[in-house]
Ligand binder design. Structure first.
Ligand code: DAH
Length: 348
């Protein structure tokens, strides 16, 4: 085969092989096969020496032209492969921004705390500040200073956990209600007027059932001032009930007895489940019992540091779990502290 035919063949074959090259490694192999030191073009230019002198310049030009052609083809192929590699990389990293995102799992407040915060926010609107009082309490604050006379049967109203104390130490209890916080708050502020909300845990040594736990939450409200009347208590309760249970809610007070209030009352709200048409939850009465309240007893005001001839006040104590049971139709109070996520996550 003459040099010229060989040139044509090398060019054709080189171009053809180049179209089959699909990665940079194959491209490098192609380059050394055609343009390398012992590649086809080098071999052809070495062959020039064997040509008659007259043919050499023309043949030399053709070899150079072939080298240029193949180098250009190589550069194009290299650019094409680089673009392809880049595209492949981008395709591998492609994300579908229209896919729904993965939801990070975030916690939320426990139902009890949600209720408490709502109550705190409602009372904050009418100027009540939160006062956190101790859970481990002197017996005297839990009972005596709240006008429970020693050995009075009223103490039996609440079954109490007593803390083991060294002999001679004053008796200490787990508070059975949030009311002892009233004494702490009054002693802190007297003789200034005060409006406090006392939320927290309470403990009673009771049989645990679907309806009662030995640890539960209450909140207590207390207002002390110069001309506070039963009307202020009723107005406060109405405000709270409407905010908590809806604007159509009404309240009523029923006479009751607590040692630390006089007069004392139970507060009911109109049943928001049946709108007072009568249902199983309100036992067809149209009313739901919310908690106790009353005008602070003069002895309690005095124990708090106020002169009961000058100051008066109202107070009340409501449970947290019971109203939540009613509101959400929860069948067992023990769910609250079960730690069972199937329960907790329903209130996220
Ligand atoms: N401490 C009472 C209880 O746990 C509730 C209560 C009733 C609180 C009347 C009050 C009140 O402040 O005035 O049953």
């Amino acid at each position: 085969m003459g040099l010229l035919e060989e040139l044509t063949e090398v060019e054709q074959q080189g171009r053809q092989e180049l179209t089959a090259v699909t990665d940079l490694a194959a491209l490098a192999a192609w380059k050394s096969a055609y343009l390398g030191k012992s590649g086809a073009v080098t071999r052809l230019s070495r062959g020039l020496g064997g040509l008659p002198a007259a043919d050499r310049p023309e043949a030399g030009k053709r070899v150079n032209a072939l080298r240029n052609t193949l180098e250009t083809a190589y550069a194009e192929a290299e650019a094409r492969l680089k673009v392809m590699a880049q595209e492949a990389e981008l395709a591998a990293e492609r994300i579908d921004v229209t896919l729904p995102g993965r939801q990070p799992s975030v916690g939320h407040l426990h139902l009890t705390n949600q209720m408490l915060r709502k109550i705190i926010a409602i009372f904050a609107e009418i100027g009540f500040q939160v006062w956190e009082s101790r859970e481990v309490e002197l017996d005297d604050y839990n009972f005596g200073l709240l006008n429970f006379p020693l050995d009075h049967p009223a103490r039996d109203m609440q079954d109490t956990f007593y803390v083991d104390m060294p002999p001679g130490a004053p008796p200490v209890v787990l508070r059975t209600h949030t009311s002892p916080g009233q004494i702490h708050a009054m002693r802190r502020y007297a003789p200034a007027t005060l409006r406090v909300l006392l939320p927290g845990k309470c403990y009673r040594n009771e049989q645990v059932t679907a309806r009662s736990e030995m640890m539960f939450h209450q909140f207590e409200f207390l207002a002390v001032g110069r001309h506070i009347t039963l009307g202020d208590l009723k107005g406060t309760l109405d405000f709270f009930a409407k905010r908590m249970y809806g604007p159509e809610t009404t309240t009523r007070l029923r006479p009751s007895y607590f040692p630390f209030t006089e007069p004392s009352a139970e507060m009911d709200v109109s049943c928001y489940l049946c709108r007072q048409k009568g249902c199983r939850v309100c036992k067809y009465s149209g009313w739901l019992e919310i908690g106790g309240c009353g005008m602070v007893h003069p002895n309690v005001l005095r124990n708090g540091g106020y002169d009961p001839t000058v100051f008066s006040g109202f107070a009340g104590g409501f449970g947290i779990e019971r109203p939540a049971l009613i509101k959400y139709g929860i069948d067992d109070i023990r769910w609250f502290n079960s730690g069972d996520l199937r329960f907790i996550e329903q209130f996220g």
